[in-house]
Design a protein around this ligand. Structure first.
Ligand code: NAD
Ligand code: GLY
Length: 356
């Protein structure tokens, strides 16, 4: 099992990634939890796959458990589901010493994390991510929240988990498409921070797509290490943390243009990462070779690398205008100098993205 530490003073915690972590979650939670109650927040699909395993282990370790089942899907990432969690906690008399155990992908993790951030002004949350995207990204770093009319993730709070328990065997049941979407974020870490990791991803396409356990452990370990280091330096995204949004500004523009239908987030981010690389090349920041390697690697993992024909660059720019990752009105772009090295640029000429 790999253990990665997120260093944030008194809010520091460990990410444990390995096979069978969920089956052993009781003793792991026991070391951390302050009280005797654990509310497992999950959805129907994930509950069917791993709910019983977690309940059994937690109860064997002496916890009183309550399971809250949310509907599955981004369209349910809203305040009504947060209320549903509050209702269950109140009904069962959960207090500030108790723990929320977020079992599922990024949707469950974000909703359950937000409920934990706000119930009784904040209770402990343990993230148990079951998608690749959640294991390498959303469960780490403390961003929690829900969508709201007017924007995705518009309502939220920073609330670091007390631990992240990532069971690599959970990835076996993940659909091919969801797995590939998680790979977009994994590749992002190589592009922004590690040429050697990028090289490893180039060499290991077959093994990773076959989900060989040692390769899964390596991609989750390395991705979490990079994210943990960035978050440890800039927890609240005052600067550096924005590099984790590489490709996301363009990706978000595409998603908005498509009204969040047709393409999944990871697919839009994949196209967005190519656009950001292309913009970097046009601005003379990086060479053609870097752009080609990025395009080839994303393509090798079955991810799209060009925007759909039905979406014009004007549609993307219009969609980007709503991007909340803007600062004082001017868009910030994460661009690359070369693979493994990126910069944040906020002083680009107006409409520069038109040149992509
Ligand atoms: P998701 O949570 O919708 O999960 C995708 C699908 O996989 C769902 O149908 C889910 O039920 C299913 N699933 C989960 N685990 C499974 C398993 N082991 N086997 C089979 N099916 C399984 O989507 P996601 O991609 O995990 O997360 C996307 C969300 O994460 C978005 O809402 C996004 O805003 C958020 N996010 C948050 C952060 C953050 O820092 N907090 C970062 C990135 C993304
Ligand atoms: N996924 C971007 C961040 O956590 O900051």
């Amino acid at each position: 099992m790999a253990e990665i530490r997120v260093n944030l003073g008194e809010r520091s915690y460990s990410i444990k990634a390995g096979e069978g972590v969920l089956g052993n979650c009781g003793p792991l939670v026991k070391k951390i939890a302050r009280g005797g109650g654990v509310a497992i927040v999950t959805n129907r699909k994930v509950n069917g796959l791993f709910g019983e395993t977690c309940r059994r282990s937690l109860e064997k370790a002496g916890f009183r458990t309550e399971t809250v089942i949310l509907p599955d899907g981004e369209r349910f990432k809203n305040l009504a589901q947060v209320s549903k969690i509050y209702d269950a906690l109140v009904k069962k008399g959960f207090d500030r010493s108790d723990t929320i155990f977020a079992l599922g992908g990024g949707v469950v993790g974000d909703i359950a994390g937000f409920a934990a951030a706000t119930y009784m002004r904040g209770i402990d949350c343990i993230q148990a991510p079951t998608t690749l995207l959640a294991q390498v990204d959303s469960s780490v770093g403390g961003k929690t929240g829900v969508d709201y009319p007017g924007g995705k993730n518009l309502i939220g709070a920073f609330h670091q988990p007390r631990a992240v328990l990532a069971d690599l065997s959970a990835l076996k049941t993940l659909s091919e498409r969801e797995f590939r979407c998680g790979m977009a974020e994994v590749i992002k870490y190589g592009i922004i921070k590690s040429p050697s990791f990028f090289g490893f991803l180039e060499k290991s396409v077959k093994e990773i797509l076959r989900r060989k356990p040692v390769f899964l452990e390596e991609i989750v370990r390395k991705s979490c290490r990079i994210k943990a280091d960035v978050v440890s330096e800039d927890e609240r995204e005052a600067g550096l943390r924005a590099i984790l949004n590489y490709g996301h500004t363009f990706g978000h523009g595409i998603e908005t243009a498509l009204d969040f239908k047709r393409l999944k987030h990871g697919e839009a981010v994949s196209i967005g990462m190519v656009m950001a690389a292309e913009l970097s090349r046009r601005l003379g920041l990086c060479g053609e070779k870097s752009v080609t390697r990025i395009k080839n690697l994303l393509g090798a993992y079955g991810l799209p690398v060009v925007k759909p024909r039905s979406v014009s660059i004007d549609d993307v720019i219009e969609g980007m205008a709503h991007d909340k990752k803007k600062m004082a009105g001017s868009p910030r772009f994460v661009l690359i100098n070369k693979i493994g090295s990126c910069i944040i640029k906020g002083d680009l000429p107006y409409n520069v993205e038109r040149f992509v």
